[in-house]
Design a protein around this ligand. Structure first.
Ligand code: ADP
Ligand code: ASP
Ligand code: MG
Length: 815
């Protein structure tokens, strides 16, 4: 036989109960008779708890009672044939009346004992199991409803009772003898003490009920059916990239769930472990998915850790004092005391000097722990051998778990690197001697970020699918699509990366397809199936599609997209862009965007903002990150200006060279847009900011190439007229340079945190002397590259290389 346990969400609605019925029927038809354990309908345990608490305060609970009735009656009406409904209504009504009486009693006494509370909440499981059993009876007449409080015997620790194994075993065995041929629906979560008073097994305890029955009845498997695809590498509500684990050992599942992976109740593993019965965690809403098997040994997973879990709210108490040194009995006394008073210590660390012990407890236990310490160690405190501790609040525990950890060096390094890089302060560390888990205590505010960062660090080489939303289908956008199309198979085979463009927009139309837009026919699809473009609608849709590993690409040169970047980061979506606007406006905006991206653990890549596909931004970042110190940057970052001065030699006139550049298509329609240097200025500004300097656009000293008369000309034609007149001015410059064996270059510089751009004359010892064509060039002088600077040179414009740069950024997202 096997045990099938369904959680609250699985029996939460009419639709989900239908899915449960199908799963139970399939199992029944396959001749492996199931025993079914159900939780209360989702939300019901919480509601009952609140009703009990309200009753004690004489807050009316009738409306809640009515709501309970309606939720269950609604299911009966929908799933039980009319002619069978009445007795079911009657029985449910009877139970509801009992509950009402109990609550009235609590109200009369104005007192809620743990015992009464357990009795009240036990109705949740009784309602749901009775009701679903009655639904099932229509298909399997031999169905019975079982109130497990008659079979699971416990001590009187209400709210979290401990099971009397021997007695429980005997009772379940006798149940099997009398009811063995029936399809049983057994209430999860509840038991009773020696006086027959109802107890509960702790929140989430229905899983445990399933394991107890499975173990006594020697089930072939205990199936825990829930609302996710098994146990995932992390809580999927916080870590979007979490994925389900096919196999876990009992120990791994225990460690993960102990540290907060709520998907399974930790004690569940013990009965299963003792009898080596596998536990399968499966999804009621995707029954074809195999889910997670928890079994005896771990598997040879390719990852060093299995998963990451966390407890979001924890309090820490730190004991220090000379009285602790060498006193071996000290920690014994402390923890015996806490155990005796039922304070669960989540984590302990002791400094090697034995000068301090730090331990973490649930916030509700912290005050009590402090009081107990005050009493127990009164003498030591009085003698100043111990400092009266304080409670540190608003902390969380993050734990990485896995049996492979002990065989793999460098795990903690990876963990702390990921936390450190993301600016997360670690308050305390604990590693169990088993080496199956490393736990850290961090600030509560950092938890979500930490979980994502650590998940990325350990599961980075995962085969990933990037979901791309691309804005702009001009030259660069179209070239990128072609390149993506050509490289698709190569990337998948060699880099385990699949890139799916799932949204495209230009200024006229936008189109979405979550299966991926075909990249050879994107233009037709956009044209025929696209809707009217609307940037805010595009962003909203992207967020709503809620796909993992999302990247927004801004392949436009427009101002508007940048106003959405912050919003996009907040949705945990990375951005890749060749658009310089966002990075080169106000410094405040630059800072905000970078900080927001980091806080949300997403990437902001813009290699193509400077020098198109040339590795410039990346090189600077690598230098800085590896601890090198920047002395100076010199650069020519405009292909047009580069071309003009590289060709303004010998007897060429400046006018002719500019004309020629325009004919070759190197310039904007108005060449002053290039020669004005604003675009160059933006690039220098971005580099300076990336190097850590706080600069506004107005801080850049931008020297002019053109005389005032050229700049003031009102049309392009007039500009050329003035430029012709300026030939003598430029000739004089050129001759002066030639006389000194130099050439003229328009060079951007970053020195001592200041950026300037202007005309200079350089001799042949300078790396920019021999520049040719329209190449860009940049030289980094640093502590390490002091004698000979690090130089990057090459084509710094053009659709092919720019799209290639965007492509490279894209592939690096999440890496
Ligand atoms: P049930 O009502 O079926 O008992 P629970 O709410 O107790 O379900 O547990 C399932 C939930 O646990 C999931 O919906 C998921 O949000 C949460 N969860 C937290 N951590 C994990 C994890 N590591 N793997 C899977 N689910 C997790
Ligand atoms: N209904 C109980 C709870 O919500 C037990 C369970 O669902 O496992 O905690
Ligand atoms: Mg549960």
């Amino acid at each position: 036989m096997k045990v099938l346990k369904f959680g609250g969400t699985s029996v939460g609605t009419i639709e989900s109960i239908k899915a449960v019925l199908d799963i139970v029927k399939t199992s029944y038809d396959n001749q492996e008779k199931p025993l079914v354990v159900l939780s209360a309908m989702s939300g019901v345990t919480n509601l009952l708890t609140k009703m009990a608490e309200d009753a004690a305060e004489r807050i009316p609970f009738d409306a809640d009672l009515k709501q309970l009735e309606e939720r269950h009656f609604e299911v009966v009406k929908a799933l039980i044939a009319v002619k069978y409904q009445n007795p079911v209504f009657t029985k449910l009504k009877l139970m509801l009346n009992e509950l009402d009486d109990i609550l009235q009693g609590i109200a009369a006494l104005k007192e809620l004992s743990a015992q009464s509370k357990d009795l009240v909440v036990s109705y949740g499981e009784r309602f749901s199991n009775y009701m679903v059993a009655k639904v099932m009876e229509q298909y399997v007449p031999d169905t019975d409803y079982i109130d497990a409080s008659h079979y699971i015997k416990t001590d009187s620790n209400f709210g979290n009772a401990h099971v009397d194994e021997l007695l429980t075993q005997q009772l379940i065995q006798s149940l099997a003898q009398t009811h063995g041929d029936k399809l049983l629906f057994v209430t999860g979560f509840i038991g009773s003490n020696d006086k027959g008073r109802v107890t509960t097994l702790g929140r989430g305890g229905s899983d445990f009920t399933a394991a107890i029955f499975g173990s006594v009845l020697n089930a072939s498997v205990i199936e825990i059916w829930t609302d996710v695809n098994g146990i995932l590498t992390a809580d999927p509500r916080i870590v979007r990239k979490a994925f389900s684990l096919p196999i876990l050992s009992y120990i791994e599942a225990m460690e993960l769930s102990y540290f907060g992976a709520k998907v399974i109740y930790p004690p569940t593993m013990i009965p299963a472990f003792l009898k080596k019965i596998p536990i399968a965690v499966r999804n009621t809403f995707a029954p074809e998915f195999p889910g997670t098997i928890i079994q005896f040994g771990s598997d040879g997973s390719r990852y060093p850790i299995k998963g990451i879990s966390s407890i979001s709210d924890i309090s820490v108490i730190n004991l220090t004092g000379s009285g602790m040194i060498g006193k071996s009995g000290f920690s014994g006394r402390l923890f015996t005391l806490l155990a005796r008073e039922q304070i669960n210590v989540v984590l302990i660390t002791q400094s090697s000097s034995e000068h301090s012990i730090t331990f973490a407890v649930h916030p509700r236990d912290a005050e009590k722990a402090l009081r107990l310490i005050g009493l127990e160690f009164e003498l030591e405190l009085e003698a100043n051998k111990l400092v009266m501790p304080e409670i540190e609040e608003n902390l969380s525990v993050l734990a990485i778990v896995g049996e492979n950890m002990k065989r793999t060096p460098g795990i903690s390094g990876k963990l702390f690197h990921a936390l450190g890089r993301n600016g997360i302060n670690v308050r305390a560390i604990a590693q169990g001697s088993s080496e199956f888990n490393i736990s850290v205590i961090i600030g509560k505010d950092d938890l979500a970020k930490a979980l994502n960062a650590v998940h990325d660090a350990f599961f980075a080489e995962l085969k990933k699918t990037l979901h791309v939303f691309n804005l702009g289908t001009g030259n660069i956008g179209a070239t990128l699509f072609r390149q993506l199309h050509e490289q698709h198979d190569f990337l998948l085979e060699n880099n385990d990366i699949e890139i799916k463009v799932v949204g495209v927009s230009n200024s006229k139309k936008m189109y979405f397809n979550s299966d991926g837009v075909a990249l050879d026919t994107w233009r037709e699809q956009l044209e025929t199936a696209g809707e009217v473009a609307d940037l805010s609608g595009f962003v909203e849709r992207m967020k709503r599609m809620n796909l993992p590993n999302c990247v927004f690409i801004d392949n436009t040169a427009s101002k508007l997209p940048a106003t959405y970047y912050e919003d996009i980061y907040k949705a945990n979506i990375s951005i890749v862009t060749c658009n310089k606007i966002a990075n080169s406006g106000d410094y405040a905006q630059y800072r905000l965007l970078h900080d927001t991206a980091r806080r949300h653990g997403v990437d902001f890549f813009y290699e193509t903002n400077v020098g198109a596909g040339l590795p410039i931004v990346r090189v600077l970042k690598d230098l800085m990150m590896s601890g090198d110190r920047l002395v100076k940057i010199e650069a020519i970052l405009s292909g047009t200006i580069s071309y003009i001065f590289n060709n303004f030699v010998d007897d060429a006139s400046f006018y002719d060279v500019v004309k020629k550049a325009q004919e070759l298509g190197y310039t904007e329609p108005d060449p002053r847009d290039d020669l004005g240097g604003v675009d160059f200025m933006r690039k220098m500004l971005i580099l300076a900011r990336d190097a850590g300097f706080v600069l506004e656009p107005s801080d850049v000293e931008l020297g002019a190439i053109l005389p005032q008369s050229c700049l003031e000309a009102t049309s392009v034609d007039d500009f050329y007229t003035e430029l012709l007149k300026a030939n003598p001015y430029f000739n004089a410059l050129k001759e002066k340079a030639a006389a000194e064996n130099k050439v003229i270059r328009y060079i951007g510089k970053l020195v001592d945190g200041k950026v300037s751009i202007g005309l200079e004359m350089v001799d042949e010892t300078h790396p920019f002397y021999a520049l040719s064509g329209s190449d860009n060039i940049i030289s980094f002088t640093t502590e390490r590259y002091k004698e000979r600077p690090l130089v990057v040179k090459g084509p710094g414009a053009g659709a092919e290389v720019t799209a290639g740069g965007v492509f490279a950024d894209l592939v690096n997202v999440g890496a």
